[in-house]
Design a protein. Structure first.
Length: 132
């Protein structure tokens, strides 16, 4: 399915992403009101994932670059939390692939796999990233 016709890129889901992002920001504000590094980083991770989807909804290239930069910041913040480190690093690897930064993608992917050491077949992911 081309990017322009995916449900996330259509106007139907694009508005939902903005509403979700607003809810995540409210949750982050509440979590960080008394502690800059809250116990759980799920809201920060979800915010970053939501921001990753927003540039596909259209808009100027400058807006898309700003949203992807914000997504990267949120995902890096989420990666400090052990519970969400693997997912955050995987999403950072996907962002690096969008920028065609294959070396960075491989580094984030390796970090993601090291954070979740129980994954079997982890050696199969590196060649896949390198062939892209």
């Amino acid at each position: 399915m081309p990017a322009a016709t995916t449900p996330w890129a259509s106007g139907i889901c694009a508005g939902a992403n903005w509403r979700r992002q607003k809810c995540f920001q409210t949750a982050i504000e509440r979590l960080t009101r008394r502690n800059a590094n809250p116990y759980d980083g799920e809201a920060v991770l979800q915010s970053g994932l939501c921001l990753c989807l927003m540039p596909d909804a259209g808009g100027s290239p400058e807006d898309a670059a700003r949203l992807l930069a914000e997504a990267g910041d949120a995902l890096h913040k989420a990666a400090w939390n052990q519970a969400w480190q693997s997912a955050a690093c995987h999403a950072l690897a996907e962002l690096a692939c969008r920028r065609r930064d294959w070396t960075g993608a491989l580094e984030h992917l390796d970090r993601s796999l090291r954070a979740n050491a129980i994954i079997r077949g982890r050696g199969n992911c590196a060649p896949l990233c390198l062939t892209r």
